[in-house]
Design a protein around this ligand. Structure first.
Ligand code: TMP
Ligand code: ASP
Length: 325
């Protein structure tokens, strides 16, 4: 916290995180020209790469923010630097896939290029010593990496990011194959999309299925910097306003509290027994509210919903409620 001076907070493989002399609530992310693959086993410097990854991230994070997705981005600074909210990065990487490529092919023997019927969301544990293994949501919760509700929120936001970026790319004849997101927790406990979204963290194919991403470096199949220029130029030319909203559905489940009499449940229980169903001990009848929205879930929306649940949807004395995303 000293004058104009920025202290190094963390030195990553391709980015530096610096303290922000302007505020303790923000940090500065500096993109370097380093490129790495295979957990740093392969490494190079490419002039201009940092600036391109920074500009691409800026464009996509800004676009996502305009579409109602909460991210850590505050503003662009001079050079390949972004001012971002200071958050605690969750130790999970979230990968979303539309088309099979990379580790999902190696892991399951799926042929590269196989189109998934629905986007696949995977969680990986951020642990270099363990090689960033795949982690199931159940294990992630047991390890205390995030709560079940946080994982549901992360999954929903990830699918929204996928929709908005995929549709933007479709306009300029690019295919979003897959991407990785990181999430950060604010001191208030809100989750934001953090880190970068660039050719380093996505797979993107052009109309000839040529990669415009880090696969060119991983596989030594082409010039990364010119591909990143192409990717950025196309994204700049896309019309962000032409992408229609994705309809999000939120389900609020309201149930009578344990111990509160539930006459509809008793009637149903008697009917089931009369029909000969064996082993019925109890039946509880609740309510479901299915709410369709034209915007993604966000921390602000979750707060609003919580306030509304208490006022409108459930009677907090006699009922419990649970929001499902
Ligand atoms: P994967 O196929 O290697 O699991 O990668 C899926 C996507 O996630 C791909 O677009 C590259 C990106 N990714 C990262 O950004 N950082 C990583 O450490 C890994 C393993 C993948
Ligand atoms: N992100 C990892 C690295 O930079 C692995 C990869 O993306 O291939 O080493």
């Amino acid at each position: 916290m000293t004058g104009e001076h920025s202290d190094l907070i963390r030195e990553g493989k391709v980015k530096r995180v610096l303290s922000d002399p302007a505020s303790p609530d923000t940090i500065i992310i500096e993109f370097t020209d380093a490129v790495t693959a295979g957990d740093g086993a392969k490494r190079a410097e490419m002039l201009g790469k940092g600036k391109l990854a920074c500009e691409t991230s800026l464009l996509l994070l800004r676009y996502l923010q305009q579409r109602g997705i909460a991210t850590h981005l505050v503003e662009k600074l001079d050079g390949p630097r972004l001012r971002c909210r200071r958050v605690e990065i969750l130790p999970v990487e979230v990968v979303c896939r539309n088309i099979a490529a990379g580790s999902v092919c190696r892991r399951y023997g799926i042929e590269q290029g196989t189109v998934f019927k629905r986007p696949v969301v995977e969680f990986f544990l951020k642990d270099d010593a363990l090689g960033d293994p795949l982690v199931t949501p159940e294990v992630a919760v047991q390890m205390g990496l995030a709560t079940e509700d946080e994982l549901a929120f992360i999954r929903s936001v990830t699918l929204s990011v996928n929709y908005y970026v995929r549709e933007l790319m479709r306009q300029v004849k690019l295919t979003l194959v897959d991407f990785k997101l990181e999430f950060g927790r604010t001191p208030e406990g809100e989750l934001l999309v953090a880190d970068e979204i660039s050719g380093d963290t996505m797979r993107v194919w052009d109309e000839t299925s040529t990669s415009l991403d880090k696969d060119l470096f991983r596989k030594s199949t082409g010039d990364l910097v010119s591909a990143y220029v192409e990717l950025l130029e196309r994204l700049v030319s896309a019309d962000t306003k032409a992408v229609g909203p994705r309809t999000e559905r939120i389900v609020v489940e309201v149930m009578p509290k344990r111990g509160v009499k539930n006459p509809p449940g008793e009637v149903t229980m008697k009917a089931l027994r009369r029909l000969g169903m064996k082993g019925v001990q109890d039946v509880r009848v609740g309510k479901l509210f299915v709410i369709s929205l034209d915007r993604p879930v966000s921390p602000a929306l979750m707060r609003e919903l919580e306030a509304m649940n208490l006022k409108l949807l459930s009677n907090p004395v006699a009922e419990t409620h649970h929001v499902r995303l």
